[in-house]
Design a binder for this molecule. Structure first.
Ligand code: ADP
Length: 555
């Protein structure tokens, strides 16, 4: 038939026939897919042929249709004879267009070689392997391909089952990424761990070395030494401690050291120890420790806190220095001072008496220059007498014999007498009396005057340039404070801490004035014996205010 010569009606008829055939074919395919048909007759050039669907069991076909894998049957030319819907969906195509296509259409270049190998193999025996499929949009899908040959009546076919591996691959990929991250993290951890181990090793070594250093050092100093924790427990003694006490660690560790402190020194030792633990202030106390042979020896204890990065106390390091020999030396010195000053006192009193006699004898016949000499001798003897008296006082204090009578004292009168003296002794200085209010206290006027004079003498001695001195009394509640202020060289905080000690003098060559460092020590004893308080307020270079405070008697 020549289509060019056909009429419109003939063409329409032909088209309708073809349409009918197509519908019929689609219906047949659906029927096969749904399992309603087990066999079909096909008419071709060679006549009618019966195609029996060998696997045409309906259950299987439904199953294949519903399964999650793609299922395809190929003929020996690689043409798709059958495909389930899943495969069409995987390839993004309508099912009817998939059937009849060459399966190679879905094989990308990259998988071609592998696919050919598998297909060739697949005709021989069952095989399995991963390949990539490509859809019409170029999208690649990784699949697991299983090939099985089917022997149908009409010849051999190849059944392909395609499992979409996308999710699995993604999961695998994610797993791999996670795994890689894990491996990297593990490597990093291992590295850190190694570094940490190295640091710990190094620190441990450092610690061992420094502990060894400390032990070596502490075992080789002549002093006994210890370390204690912030709560006061002693956790280390050096070898000297064991040699001295003859005791083992457990016998004196913790707070056990108290057993070797002389009972008379225990209270003050514990007081100062606890005070330092509470405040972090340096611990310093003199006490006697019991030696292994039953003898006590005096020691000077000092402990310093060791602080951490945040200022917290980590532990304390302490030493106890044997000062027994110095103490005995001091004792002998005190004894000597006592005897010497006592021996000096008698001839000095005679000397003073004779000078007084000479100065009063035949006055008008004495040439002025001799009068001057006599006056100077009188001043020198007075000075000497003050010194000897101070020395006697010191030895009295030491022997606990600084005694005096207690009476009512009017501070205003006491200041007036002292000032009269001072003005006479130091005419170059300007004294300002701000102690004119009447205050009555109980005490010994002579001894209190000694304290005031000591303050004034010092004020004069240590203020050679600025010559003003103020004496003042002021009351606070029932306490009166008497103070002497100068505007001289002043004192530093460190010096203030020590000036009330016996024989202490500030070692400053520039301002060194004569003296033995006894005045403030005696004054302190006197004021303490009066149940009062002595003190100083001062700033280096600006002057000083020395004061004492005593209870006021009312009425
Ligand atoms: P001294 O006989 O040496 O004056 P003190 O016991 O009276 O002995 O004083 C002790 C030390 O205190 C003195 O050596 C001096 O360094 C210091 N001092 C005392 N008073 C003053 C003051 N007003 N100004 C500065 N320093 C002072």
């Amino acid at each position: 038939m020549n289509p060019a010569k056909l009429t419109y009606d003939e063409l329409l008829k032909g088209f309708r026939e073809l349409q009918f055939q197509l519908d019929e074919a689609n219906d047949t395919i659906d029927a096969i897919r749904n399992g309603q048909v087990d066999a079909l007759i096909v008419k071709d050039d060679t006549g009618h042929q019966l195609y029996t669907l060998k696997t045409a069991d309906q259950t299987y076909r439904v199953f294949i249709e519903k399964m999650n894998e793609g299922a395809v049957t190929l003929n020996t030319e690689g043409i798709i004879l059958y495909s389930n819907s899943r495969f069409a969906t995987m390839m993004n195509m309508p099912l009817e267009r998939v059937i009849g296509l060459r399966f190679e259409t879905f094989i990308p270049e990259i998988s071609a070689e592998r696919f050919n190998y598998m297909i060739n193999n697949g005709w021989e025996e069952d095989c399995k392997g991963e390949i990539l499929l490509v859809d019409k949009n170029g999208h690649l899908t990784p699949c697991l391909l299983s090939c099985t040959t089917l022997s149908l009546d009409e010849g051999l076919s190849l059944s392909l089952i395609l499992t979409d591996l996308t999710t699995q691959k993604e999961a695998e990929w994610e797993l791999k990424v996670k795994n890689d991250q894990l491996v990297a993290a593990q490597a990093e951890t291992k590295k850190l761990n190694n570094e940490l181990e190295d640091t710990v090793k190094e620190r441990t070594k450092d610690l061992l070395i420094s502990r060894e250093h400390f032990k070596l050092l502490s075992d080789n100093i002549p002093q006994m030494s210890w370390t204690n924790l912030p709560d006061g427990e002693i956790d280390f003694f050096n070898q000297q401690w064991y040699n001295y006490t003859g005791l083992r660690f457990t016998e004196t560790a913790g707070w056990g050291w108290q057993r070797v402190v002389h009972p008379d020194d225990l209270a003050v030792t514990i007081d100062k120890y606890v005070h330092s633990l509470k405040t972090g202030a340096v611990f310093e106390v003199e006490n006697r420790y019991l030696r292994w042979d039953g003898k006590y020896r005096w020691h000077l204890n000092r402990a310093m806190p060791l602080k951490g990065d945040n200022g917290e106390i980590v532990f304390w390091v302490g030493t106890a220095t044997d000062i027994e020999d110095q103490k005995q030396e001091m004792e002998r010195k005190d004894e000597f001072i006592g005897v010497a000053s006592h021996e000096l006192k008698t001839p000095l009193t005679s000397l003073k008496g004779y000078i007084q006699l000479i100065s009063g004898y035949n006055k008008e016949h004495v040439p002025p220059v001799v009068k001057q000499y006599i006056e100077k001798a009188g001043i020198a003897v007075n000075k000497l007498q003050r010194l000897v008296n101070d020395l006697l006082d010191v030895s009295k204090i030491h022997a606990g014999r600084l005694e005096y009578a207690i009476e009512e004292v009017h501070l205003r009168d006491l200041v007036a007498t002292s000032l009269e003296n001072a003005q006479h002794m130091y005419p170059q200085h300007e004294f300002e009396n701000q102690a004119t209010a009447p205050f009555k206290i109980t005490g010994n006027a002579e001894r209190l005057e000694q304290v005031v004079m000591n303050f004034i003498n010092n004020a004069v001695k240590y203020s050679q340039l600025n010559k003003k001195i103020i004496i003042k009394t002021e009351a606070n509640d029932s306490i009166v404070r008497l103070s002497v202020t100068d505007f001289g060289i002043g004192l530093s905080a460190g010096q203030i801490e020590r000036i009330f000690e016996r024989f202490y003098r500030v070692e400053d060559q520039k301002f060194m004035a004569s003296g033995l460092g006894m005045g403030l020590y005696i004054s302190t004893e006197i004021i303490n014996n009066h149940n009062g308080k002595i003190g100083v307020e001062s700033e280096l270079g600006k002057g000083a205010t020395f004061y004492f405070e005593l209870p006021i008697i009312v009425g």
